[in-house]
Design a protein around this ligand. Structure first.
Ligand code: ATP
Ligand code: MG
Length: 577
């Protein structure tokens, strides 16, 4: 409800028009049976054909009017409800962008997709339903009762009696169905989550012949969804017919009392017909209400799920009064940084201290799981350290405007991700103003130009989702070119050349040195990748084991020395083979 009113405000004009036409439509529905009773009691009874024709014409005109009101109301309510859906999706999208990485993990990506689509749909449907019967159902109900009372008091009273019984049924239904609908949305999350994992890992599933296993896991969540949905629908299934039954019983009573009146007193048949008509309208309005209440229950469950996202704390926000970024002679500094992903687990990074000077390269080498990518996550401020400070040009990154800060950094992530679209679009991704020449230049440095040129469509080659139609090394080189196009002040390469052969890697490194004087943080597993760097950090289980130049580390770091020997040995034996 809150969401609907909040967003409907923006479409005040259309919303008001929809309600206005709904009122007119209700008014038409309410006067028709009375005109009908006039025709029967005054025209038909007295054989007055002129009277019958005249009033029939009135009925025709009013019905036509009613239909056109309904058409306008339908158009307006669609516009409003679709716009509400669009706005909600948009705001949700913006909010998701502000959530911390850990919050997104907590809610799960699949569930966010369900919320963005199905949950928003539920609210949108309810908004549409609301404008169809928002005022109509109660007005039609109350109006019918008043009109029936005006025609005959006894019969009118009988119709009043039905209402509290029906309202009671509605309340019971509300209590019973609500928890089920929460469960339905949760089951839907699980189906989406399985599907998402399956689709992204479909090649692995095939390679490992795990189709049957995955299928079973999918069948289980799919079956669960079916079960809760059926149990929810079952509760609703009894409900609408129950209301119909109650009102029909009322009609039978009215017929019974009414026929008695016609036989024993001077009561007109036209009135009975009209009252029955009003009873049908009352029935209609009550059934409509049950339907809208069903929609309400579903949308209430959904809006709580949206609340959870909208109310989630934006842990990583820009401060209210961010500091300006002014260059000085230390680009990046880590000061006594400690970090763990969850409160309950051990530190992933402990007591990290280092500085990166302008136009130098800091390399980080360390075994898998030693915390290298985590360090990158902290630099990008996906997470904040538990203690210690990270400074950019001497200022704590928490005090900087997040957007402006991230604009100065480009990263080639370890798990490189390209987006659906052409190569050119992907390269321009971080810098929409880049010229074609810039892009070619950066692609040449990243050794991407050479393979792009071999494609039939060159830079306009269309990439599938995640760049599926490229090899691992090609993706990495595009990813590097994309970072260079951003023209950053700090370039971070997280294992960016791991899938590239040694010769190409060397060419990329030479190109970077020759063409750019960018401060770089380079993470790698190979000694050959890091040995030229001004400073090398040896990371071991989240701690800095040693820091210095290649020559210094060969003499002072046992870990560095053993990596050197093992890799050199490997290369020697490779040459031998
Ligand atoms: N999102 C996360 N949530 C919880 N723990 C995580 C998360 N990401 C990484 N870790 C843990 O943090 C530790 C360091 O991981 P990290 O990815 O930083 O290693 P790495 O040095 O980059 O390894 P690799 O060389 O394999 O890329 C690992 O023990 C890992 O299990
Ligand atoms: Mg890593």
């Amino acid at each position: 409800m809150n969401y609907i009113f909040k967003y409907a405000k923006k479409y005040k004009k259309d919303f008001t028009l929809a309600i206005l036409f709904l009122l007119l439509e209700t008014f038409v529905d309410l006067i028709l049976p009375t005109i009908m009773s006039f025709i029967i009691d005054n025209g038909v009874k007295n054989n007055d054909l002129d009277y019958v024709l005249k009033y029939s014409l009135y009925m025709l005109i009013i019905t036509l009017l009613g239909t056109s009101f309904a058409v306008v109301r339908n158009i307006k309510s669609s516009i409003v409800s679709q716009s509400i859906g669009k706005d909600l999706r948009e705001d949700l999208y913006i909010k998701i962008n502000k959530l911390s990485a850990s919050k997104i993990t907590e809610i799960s990506e699949a569930s966010l997709i369900t919320r963005l689509t199905n949950d928003v749909n539920q609210i949108q449907n309810f908004a549409h339903g609301l404008m169809r019967i928002f005022v109509k159902a109660p007005l039609l109900g109350i109006g019918s009762i008043i009109m029936a009372l005006l025609l005959d008091r006894t019969i009118g009273l009988i119709s009043i009696l039905i209402v509290p019984i029906v309202i009671f049924t509605i309340i019971i239904n509300l209590k019973l169905s609500y928890p089920i609908f929460i469960r339905i949305q949760k089951s839907l999350d699980k189906v989406n989550s399985r599907l998402k994992e399956y689709l992204s890992g479909i090649r692995v599933v095939k390679a490992f012949n795990r189709y049957d296993y995955e299928k079973k896991r999918f069948d289980k969540v799919n079956e669960d969804l079916k079960k809760v949905s059926i149990s929810g629908m079952r509760r609703l299934a009894i409900f609408s017919p129950l209301v119909t039954l109650l009102v029909n019983l009322g009609i039978v009573v009215i017929l019974w009392v009414g026929s008695d009146l016609v036989v024993n007193a001077d009561f007109e048949v036209g009135k009975i017909v009209a009252v029955l008509n009003y009873m049908t309208q009352l029935l209609f309005s009550l059934v409509m209400s049950t339907r809208i209440i069903n929609m309400y229950i579903r949308s209430k469950a959904s809006s709580e799920r949206l609340d959870e996202v909208f109310n989630a704390e934006e842990t990583l926000n820009s401060p209210d009064n961010p500091l300006e970024i002014n260059k000085n002679d230390t680009v990046l500094e880590f000061k006594n940084v400690y970090f763990k992903y969850f409160d309950t687990t051990n530190y992933v990074l402990e007591n990290i201290n280092f500085k990166v000077e302008p136009n130098t390269t800091l390399a980080i080498i360390g075994t898998t799981g030693s915390g290298k990518s985590t360090l990158v996550n902290l630099i990008l401020r996906f997470f904040d350290p538990n203690s210690g400070e990270i400074k950019f040009y001497g200022k704590n990154i928490k005090d900087l405007d997040l957007k402006k800060y991230r604009e100065k950094i480009a990263v080639v992530p370890q798990k490189n991700l390209l987006f659906t679209g052409t190569i050119l679009e992907n390269l321009r991704w971080g810098n929409k103003n880049a010229t074609y020449e810039d892009i070619i230049k950066c692609s040449k440095i990243a050794m991407a130009d050479e393979f792009i040129q071999t494609f039939k469509d060159g830079y306009n080659t269309y990439l599938g989702q995640g760049g599926v139609n490229l090899s691992g090394g090609q993706k990495q080189r595009l990813s590097i070119a994309r970072a260079l196009v951003k023209n950053p002040e700090l370039l971070i390469l997280d294992d960016a050349t791991s899938s590239v052969d040694l010769i190409t890697e060397r060419k990329i490194k030479e190109g970077l040195k020759r063409n750019l004087s960018t401060t770089t943080i380079l993470i790698a597993q190979r000694i050959t990748s890091v040995m030229d760097a001004e400073n090398i950090i040896v990371l071991d289980d989240g701690k800095i084991e040693a820091i210095g130049t290649h020559d210094f580390l060969l003499n002072n770091s046992s870990i560095y020395k053993s990596i050197y020997i093992s890799q050199l040995g490997e290369e020697v034996s490779n040459f031998g083979a």
